[in-house]
Design a protein around this ligand. Sequence first.
Ligand code: TYD
Length: 154
Amino acid sequence: MEKTLIIFKPSAMERGFVGQIINRFQQKGLVICGIKMMRLSEELLREHYAHLVDKSFFPVLLKSMMASPVIVMCLAGKDVINVVRLMTGATNGRDALPGTIRGDFSASNQENVIHASSSPEDAAAEIKRFFKDEEIFEWTPANLKYVYSELEID
Ligand code: TYD
């Protein structure tokens, strides 16, 4: 099954929303295949946000992402990259629709509680960036046959 990478940003950690957000992913039927806590270094963030290093807001983004430890998580599911981006909502929490994670937990363009991979290429690179191979678990929960129909599971 497809995999994606989530980061619980310091805004989720400090405000104590990790459990509620994980609950949403589990309710949707997504499978946790890796999870750990870490501090993000400037070097790692420069790689992760390489597309943003020249933006004027980059120093604020760096500071915000390093303000506390974060939790990184790998989720698996059918079309999981798109499903999680839809659940996450728009970048700016003030534009994110109610019902999305950012729409319900954020009112900020920076302190927007989670990161979620935006494409298959990014997801593959990000999972490799944050996890060692042995930290990713390939497993199939017994109830997966009630999450997807037999037509949907490869
Ligand atoms: P980006 O990759 O464009 O968005 P997303 O997180 O929705 O994939 O931006 C990465 C992070 O950079 C974003 O979550 C918050 C921060 N950011 C700002 O602080 N200001 C901005 O104007 C933008 C576009 C992003």
